[in-house]
Design a protein. Sequence first.
Length: 171
Amino acid sequence: MALAVRVWVSAPRGRLQADRLLLSLPVLGPLTLQTEVARFARITGTLLKSGVPMLGALAVVREMMGNQVLAHAVDGLGDGVRGGAGLSKPMADSRIFPVLAIHMVKVGEETGRLDEMLLKVGATFESDTRKTLKRLISLVEPGIILFMGLVVGFIVVAMLMAILSITDIPI
């Protein structure tokens, strides 16, 4: 089964389907989206600040995206930028990027400081991701402790049953 999943995910079409599935999961989907949007914004902002043209920056970012759904969305952003629509309009049209990121990019375009605003978007989403992970870990900790207590209790009961069953053997 694991081999079949690995082969399926290694194919481009399977990877795209797996990434769509990942983004639709209740807890992991939004967390993955936040992480990928933070990566997109941070890399794009850094490249623009370094003087790389927008289309070149989007081509680099597309190759660095870990999620294929977002990578295809970045392709759409490149098409929109080529058409003169800016960056925020294609982001909104893709319906993948969070509303906060779209609004911050729009403000960056209007003020002429898109690179700085993209870096702020990256920092904001990275901070949100860290906070979400801390919350998830704090929720999982009691479950892990309970599970470990049950395992230790099972081992203790099994040992006591073995000791008590020895006294039942006739001599």
